[in-house]
Design a protein around this ligand. Sequence first.
Ligand SMILES: Nc1nc2c(ncn2[C@@H]2O[C@H](COP(=O)(O)OP(=O)(O)OP(=O)(O)O)[C@@H](O)[C@H]2O)c(=O)[nH]1
Ligand SMILES: [Mg+2]
Length: 216
Amino acid sequence: MRFTPGFFLLAPDYWLLTPYDLMKILSAEFVISAPGSKQCPIDGRPQIAFAGRSNVGKSSLINAVLNRKHLVKTSATPGKTQLINFFVINGQFYFVDLPGYGFARVPRNVVDTWAPMLEEYLRDTPQLRAVVVLLDMRREPDERDSRMIAWLKHYNVPALYVFTKADKLNRQEFLRAEQTVSAGLGITERIIPTSATSGLGLDELRSRIFALLSGR
Ligand SMILES: Nc1nc2c(ncn2[C@@H]2O[C@H](COP(=O)(O)OP(=O)(O)OP(=O)(O)O)[C@@H](O)[C@H]2O)c(=O)[nH]1
Ligand SMILES: [Mg+2]
């Protein structure tokens, strides 16, 4: 077993990893689709969750960050992910694909479950290191985005803000969207522009995630 003083994950029965090891995606496997926080795996491994409105590109971004084409199912039909989906990475930590915030075209009873389900997960998951909050550059933010951000503050969960689908905008639209969204949601932190299609921003997002996982 390797040991790097001062750097390890607090998971007792796993290999101790150096920052270099963590940066490499050696394995990524689907674990479970949980219908609620009570069914989520609890084993001490840290979790990084991805949240955002239906169709914002959560599943696509997870695949892109992990360099896997089809690990997470994506869909042009919004509302595809309605369960909390867990993926274990390098056997060390979880990526969690959260259900998209309500979308009008999924049945009413399904829409109604998203808010309590997400809030419960944020409240009851001490292993949650951060939530990557995805914002679509082409859409005005709405109260569902605000609510997620308010929950994160309330439950003291660090947020990493990301713009998705940046490839769909030209420079001018990009600058305008950047202003509208950050002002609309009162975000003063950096919002990382990303594209699952072109790969823009993925390295920056990976290194921010790995820094959070290693406690830096
Ligand atoms: N051009 C472009 N399209 C994208 C990008 N990311 C996602 N998409 C498309 O947007 C649609 C929705 O992507 P998903 O990743 O399934 O979105 P999601 O947020 O997981 O959606 P739900 O599971 O329904 O909440 C799909 O048609 C993707 O191909 C991107 O960076 N660029
Ligand atoms: Mg999805």
